[in-house]
Design a protein around this ligand. Structure first.
Ligand code: UDP
Length: 601
């Protein structure tokens, strides 16, 4: 059989057909309310492409003919069911009837190979039951994923493509018919995926039923010659993503304590859950198809290891699936989304690993700072980075200081990353240098002066001069380096107090600067006191700031470490905060059960 010719023929038929359907759907969607039947044409395109590619082989191959007719029947029944609100049972009945017919056309599971043994067990009539159940499961799982049409089509293309590679790796076991079927199904589904991205069939699933059933039939035809391992496990893994998709919401709801879940909840699919949580259709499609690629690679690894014992294979599958799921879960937490985040508490703070943060943009932080300038009492701003959050876990004094701060904008990519993992609404970081400049502008606008404390001798003065050049009208109340003894402290405090600045910038490094501010806050009486770390070094020009693209990519820490390798030990905070976030993620939630949406559970 000509595999390449089959692939090219089916793809050449499917591509223009997909374009036509896409244009038709766009035209139809622009005219809502027309007397159009709901139909997912992807199944029809699939069948036509297969019919053309299989045409030369149909006369000599009754199995292929039966599969084509069976697929057509499923599509027709499912398309009728699509136009009926409770039609899902009709579609499933159609799949079951076709499965029985195919089963009696020798497309059936006949023998299984028991684990830990070389023996095959003949299933007899039970094989027909298994075949029917298997095809129904495949079709239903694919149909479940149909609310984003690109997912079932993409999974079908990837599953068929993988089975084709399996056939090439194990030609004696699978046979040429399965390989030809696989490569043509892949060719018929693949070109449809990019055009399916816009189409959303909330109720029309005929194509997904057809594609799911054909992939199920393919696994039966290909895998059943000899290797029960390929029959039972491989297709199940290939369908693993939609299987996970279908079961995850159930498990998640059980975990939250919603015991009486209605399993057939139509909107309970993983796709819908993710879309509701604010992920885009693109993100959801990419995640699920990426997951499918991962399991397909696992399948190929297993086929390559076919001689290895069953126990080793099981361990490989368990480890790969567990780590894949964990990776998917973490990825879901990292991806930006448009809605669905936990709201901030009424006090406007969220907690990251027990440390409070104010989820606020730089401009909001400056607005708040302007209000502080108008009030006649001292305020403290802390900008915790990853090392501060990690340190605060052990350093009770630092934690207490952050707790009592008036404003806690997050600084550092590590904090934002950890917050995303924990689904906290902290998406922007207020970098120290930007914060300093904006606070100076706010002070200048309000006619207040700024005092700079910290850095090596000469740094504060140089930074002050640079700031004055950039900000017209900025008054500098005074400057002092940061290498003073305890005995000099009262004198410095008195100097600051007597000059009555509006803003005090303290650059002594975390946590010394925060502790110093807290110790003298009331005595200083300055409306805004803030620890600014190494910002004065950068503003003075002694150290260079990372290029803008690195700042945008959240890689400022990398630049600073490359420039100053002595900062390397500080990088430990980054993996530490990520590890702590993962641990927190994996801890069972002790949030009391909420009332589920929909109300009727
Ligand atoms: N510094 C200081 N006195 C000290 C120790 C440090 O003035 O006793 C200054 C140091 O010169 C530098 C700043 O504090 O300007 C700390 O910068 P670093 O980059 O370490 O702080 P980060 O931005 O990481 O918090």
């Amino acid at each position: 059989m000509d595999y390449l010719g089959g692939f090219l023929t089916s793809a050449a038929v499917a591509l223009p057909a997909a374009v036509i359907v896409y244009l038709w759907e766009r035209w139809r969607l622009a005219r809502p309310g027309g007397p159009y039947a709901r139909a997912d044409f992807s199944g029809l395109i699939l069948l036509i492409a297969l019919a053309v590619a299989w045409w030369p082989y149909l006369p000599g191959n009754p199995q292929l003919t039966a599969i084509l007719f069976g697929g057509g029947l499923i599509f027709l029944i499912a398309a009728v069911a699509d136009n009926w609100s409770e039609g899902w049972w009709l579609a499933i009945l159609g799949v079951a009837v076709v499965a029985v017919l195919l089963s009696y056309q020798s497309i059936t599971v006949r023998v299984v190979n028991l684990p830990f043994s070389q023996n095959y067990v003949s299933l007899g009539w039970f094989g027909h039951v298994i075949t029917v159940l298997w095809l129904v499961v495949c079709a239903v799982l694919f149909a479940q994923a149909a609310s984003i049409l690109a997912v079932p089509l993409g999974v079908a293309a990837l599953a068929a493509g993988t089975l084709f590679l399996v056939c090439l790796l194990q030609p004696a076991i699978t046979g040429p018919v399965a390989a030809f079927m696989a490569v043509t199904i892949c060719g018929a589904c693949l070109p449809q995926v990019p055009f399916a991205r816009l189409l959303s069939y909330d109720e029309a699933r005929a194509g997904a039923y057809t594609a799911g059933c054909l992939v199920g039939v393919l696994s039966v035809v290909g895998a059943l010659k000899n290797t029960a391992f390929l029959v039972a496990l491989v297709p199940l893994i290939i369908i693993g993503v939609p299987l996970f998709a279908a079961t995850y919401p159930y498990a998640a709801e059980l975990r939250r304590g919603w015991r009486a879940v209605v399993f057939a909840e139509r909107r309970g699919h993983l796709h819908d859950l993710l879309l509701r949580q604010g992920y885009s259709r693109w993100q959801v499609t990419a995640l699920l198809l990426g997951g499918t690629v991962y399991v397909c690679l696992l399948v190929l690894l297993l086929v390559w290891m076919i001689e290895v014992t069953f126990v080793v294979k099981t361990v490989v599958v368990a480890v790969a699936l567990a780590s894949g799921l964990l990776f998917l879960y973490i990825l879901l937490r990292l991806l930006p989304r448009s809605a669905g985040k936990e709201p901030a508490s009424p006090a406007g703070k969220v907690r990251l690993l027990g440390v409070p943060l104010t989820p606020i943009t730089l401009s909001n932080a400056v607005e708040q700072a302007e209000r502080f300038l108008e009030e006649d009492r001292p305020h403290m701003i802390v900008t915790p980075d990853a090392s501060a959050v990690v340190r605060a876990q052990q350093d009770e004094e630092l934690r207490e200081i952050i707790e009592q701060a008036d404003l806690i904008p997050p600084d550092g990519a590590g904090v934002v990353l950890a917050a995303r993992m924990l689904n906290l609404p902290v998406d922007v970081r207020c970098a120290g240098c930007d914060m300093v400049e904006q606070l100076c502008r706010a002070a200048a606008n309000k006619g207040r002066s700024v005092y700079l404390l910290g850095g090596e001798p000469g740094v504060a003065e140089q930074a002050a001069a640079n700031l004055q050049r950039r900000i017209p009208g900025l008054q500098i109340a005074g400057c002092h380096h940061g290498y003073f003894s305890d005995d000099e402290e009262p004198q410095i405090v008195e100097d600051i107090r007597s000059k009555r600045p509006g803003v005090l910038l303290v650059a002594l490094g975390i946590p010394r600067q925060e502790k110093w501010i807290k110790k003298h806050l009331e005595k200083l009486g300055v409306p805004i006191c803030i620890g600014v770390g190494g910002s004065l070094d950068v503003i003075s020009g002694r150290k260079k700031r990372a290029p803008v693209w690195m700042q945008r990519a959240g890689l400022e820490w990398l630049y600073r470490t490359l420039k100053e390798p002595s900062r390397l030990p500080r990088l430990v905070a980054l993996p530490k905060i990520i590890w702590m976030s993962i641990r927190e993620l994996l801890q069972p939630s002790d949030v009391p059960p909420q009332s589920p949406p929909g109300g009727q559970r």
